[in-house]
Design a protein around this ligand. Sequence first.
Ligand code: ASP
Ligand code: MG
Length: 405
Amino acid sequence: MALIVQKYGGTSVGNPERIKNVAARVASYRAKGDQVVVVVSAMSGVTDNLIKLAKEIMPLPSEREMDMLLATGEQTTIALTAIALHSIGLQATSLTGAQAGIVTDGVHTKAKIQNITPKQVHQHLDAGNVVIVAGFQGQTQEGQITTLGRGGSDLTAIALAAALKADLCQIYTDVDGVYTADPRIVKTARKLDEISYDEMLELASLGAKVMQSRSVEFAKKFGVIFEVRSSLNDNPGTIVKEETTSMEDVVIRGVSLDKNQAKVTLVGVPDKPGSASVIFKALADATINVDMIVQNISHGSGTPATDLSFTVDKPELLKARKVIDGLKNEVGYREVVADENICKLSIVGVGMRSHSGVAAKMFETLAKEQVNILMISTSEIKISVVAELGKGEQAMRAVHQAFLG
Ligand code: ASP
Ligand code: MG
């Protein structure tokens, strides 16, 4: 007998039929004698809709009231799921985040879990119930309802699995698992049997969104092994866990393409202490997230000057330009060039640490495809290049072919 935490995302509980399917899947585990805790999201579209309603009344509603409002989405689903389980003869009880003992700090709309005391969960499990817990929500010490940030039901599931010392944590979604690349772009992409937390985090932050990054970080911190799998079939998914030595045998785990980046270049920045600090402090103050940064070596005679390039998310380009324009006198650069017509292609794999020639192979592949590299950045387990947007998909397919077949 195992204790299993299963999380079902919005599409997996998107209508009554799908909720009945969830109940049937839970029943199959109960029939094997397993204890099951189910964590559910709001039905797909519900959270967005609630936000829209509030904003029709007032553009910047109180965050406390937003939590009160958004928590109803998940509360609907837990009750419907319990009813679906009852309808096929199973004992089941729904619990809000607060009832499940999830205590958070008081930062409304993006609260952090402080501790979990799942007393009621244990009691109901011991009495033979399936326990259904509302994802994405908790309660402060003082009894205020909070939510954990968009996509936060993943976090509820991982944190509950840790608190309950569950034998298994399954994240059910509408894809079969984590792939070597986006299968819509790369026909030969395949589902991974396993991936390390760090690789998963890199791929998620690179735009291959399967799960909320914070949840993967939490799982890493507490050593929660979990499986990402589909609620639409019975295929095994992808196991996410701490890196093992055999994982290093594979050089590259996956390839990702981020088309949502834009590049800004400051030409002729005086090469003296403080220039970069002024520029990036101003961008940070405007809460603009800077990703890659590349500075050329100085050139010119007299006061040496350099060119400084960085990338930001496309929707933030205008804001970034405004900030940079405002620094013209203070920094004393010659001109700014912004380029929206770019993409970022990355390869990720813990095997890079123990294999040489990975970057060379990537660049050679891009050269053969006549793809010009505009920027390069690397970490221990990742190599990213910025290239022309129009060549992104072709480059991705070529790089996938070269490393993953
Ligand atoms: N319902 C919340 C959202 O849409 C939480 C979740 O789905 O995980 O962000
Ligand atoms: Mg979701």
